[in-house]
Design a protein around this ligand. Structure first.
Ligand code: UGA
Length: 432
């Protein structure tokens, strides 16, 4: 099939590359010529394990093309995917400007009847709106059918998730479009759910809201464990063995971040509100997460009282390991609070330092060397469970820091190992 993908962010790029890998001829379109220039040379614009090899391979085979001109990618395409961003507006709702612009670009450039597939996470009802927008603006008598095909990949394991996903959801208005999309996706060898468009849109929001709920639930349990003398890891293990609960997404910590859970939970609360439905459960999930992100600060202040003038090593800036993405990272909440309390921060991250500098500025220092961060620190705060941090020899804290005091927001270390090491250690939902 000849396919065009509009938007080369996380979702668009991985989708385009994966579709080319399974044999389709794909043109990825992005309005940013500098991105297109890099991608055309086989240089990925995001950090994602396994992606570079696939881009290079499929450019060489002739299956994968990049362009910044809509007229180069759209006229031949039989199916066009929209995978542009839907960032959060100030009121919590999803901003659809980029999706609407993509719709107008499609209308201006297609030469045949096609299926438009929306991959971007959009509020329920948006697919119909976009279909109407395109069909109102085509000039040469052609029209489009619309399909919702939400994305479930995770940053950091996007390639793996795309080829080994749990399900592919296809929402259409008619059986013929559903069949065409099922054929396109068949080589992924992943169960396909065919459904209506509104249900497909709801599946995406509900899945992210449910996962966020699991995290906030276990974080509340963790906070309770601290008062009860229990260990949240033991509790999560015991709960997770019940197959109705499952073991995943029960890792307590300093809260969820990233470009999806915060945005999508807020958008669903907003959507519910528009339908006169107060989504109180989800509002609490969001509130628990906001509190969780600053929980370590209370622990730090309880331990020290005043922290003015102290040197602090912050380990991890990205919202999770294996990505250089800082969007909604707890680091963006914690670090400014620490700075406002008069500490000097040296922040370590193996790959997110460049992105962090743009957002956190020059008030703090940065390093990609873990030992450099720990040298002479008065205390350490762990924000991201990077493998480099998890596998660190615990004696290095004692060797390098002024005093080995560690506040671990990701429960990186085994409590028995901590006992054997010389360190003062505070984690989440586990006995100190
Ligand atoms: C999430 C979903 O997992 C994907 O299925 C979805 O496609 C994606 O959003 C999206 O909507 O595009 P992602 O944001 O990449 O993916 O990251 P996750 O691996 O889900 O982690 C999100 C946050 O939750 C991270 O900050 C992570 O540290 C935190 N988390 C995750 C926990 O605190 N505890 C857990 O047990 C799991």
């Amino acid at each position: 099939m000849k396919i065009a993908v509009i938007g080369t962010g996380y979702v668009g790029l991985v989708t385009g590359v994966a579709l080319s890998e399974i044999g389709h001829v794909v043109t990825c379109i992005d309005v940013d010529p500098s991105k297109v220039e890099k991608l055309s040379k086989g240089i990925p614009t995001i950090y994602e394990p396994g992606l570079e090899e696939l881009i290079k391979k499929n450019i060489s085979s002739g299956n994968l093309h990049f362009t910044s001109e809509h007229q180069n990618g759209l006229p031949d395409a039989e199916v066009v995917y929209i995978a542009v961003g839907t960032p959060q507006r100030a009121d919590g709702a999803a901003n659809l400007d980029y999706v609407e612009q993509a719709a107008l670009d499609i209308a201006a450039n297609i030469k045949q009847n096609i299926i438009v597939v929306i991959k971007s996470t959009v509020p329920v009802g948006t697919n119909f709106h976009i279909k109407n927008l395109i069909n109102q603006h085509t000039t040469n008598g052609v029209h489009v059918k619309i399909a919702s095909n939400p994305e479930f990949l995770r940053e950091g394991s996007a390639v793996k998730d795309t080829f080994h996903g749990d399900r592919i959801v296809i929402g259409t208005e008619d059986e013929e479009s559903a069949e065409i999309l099922a054929q396109i996706n068949e080589p992924f060898d992943t169960p396909i759910i065919k459904t209506d468009i509104s249900s497909a849109e709801m599946i995406k929001y509900s899945s992210n809201a449910f996962l966020a709920t699991k995290i906030s639930f276990i974080n509340e349990i963790a906070n309770l464990c601290e008062s009860m003398g229990a260990n949240v890891e033991e509790v999560a293990k015991g709960m997770g063995l019940d197959h109705r609960i499952g073991p995943d997404f029960l890792k307590a910590g300093i809260g969820y971040g990233g470009s999806c859970f915060p945005k999508d939970t807020n958008a669903l609360v907003q959507l519910a509100g528009n339908a006169n439905h107060e989504f109180n459960l989800l509002k609490s999930v969001i509130e628990v997460n906001n509190n969780q992100q600053v929980l370590l600060l209370d622990k730090i202040l309880n331990r020290f009282g005043n922290i003015q003038g102290k040197r602090v090593a912050v380990l991890g800036l990205a919202f999770k390991p294996n990505t250089d993405d800082l969007r909604e990272s707890p680091a963006l909440v914690m670090i400014p609070k620490l700075v406002s309390l008069g500490v000097s921060v040296i922040a370590y991250d193996p790959i997110a330092v460049n992105n962090a500098r743009k957002q956190l500025g020059t008030e703090i220092s940065y390093t990609e060397d873990l030992t450099e961060a720990l040298k002479n620190a008065d205390f350490t705060v762990i924000i991201t469970d990077w493998p480099e941090v998890k596998k660190a020899d615990l004696s290095t804290y004692n060797q390098l820091m002024k005093e080995p005091i560690v506040f671990d927001g990701r429960n990186c270390y085994d409590l028995d190992e901590v006992k054997k090491a010389t360190m003062e250690y505070y984690s989440i939902g586990r006995p100190d």
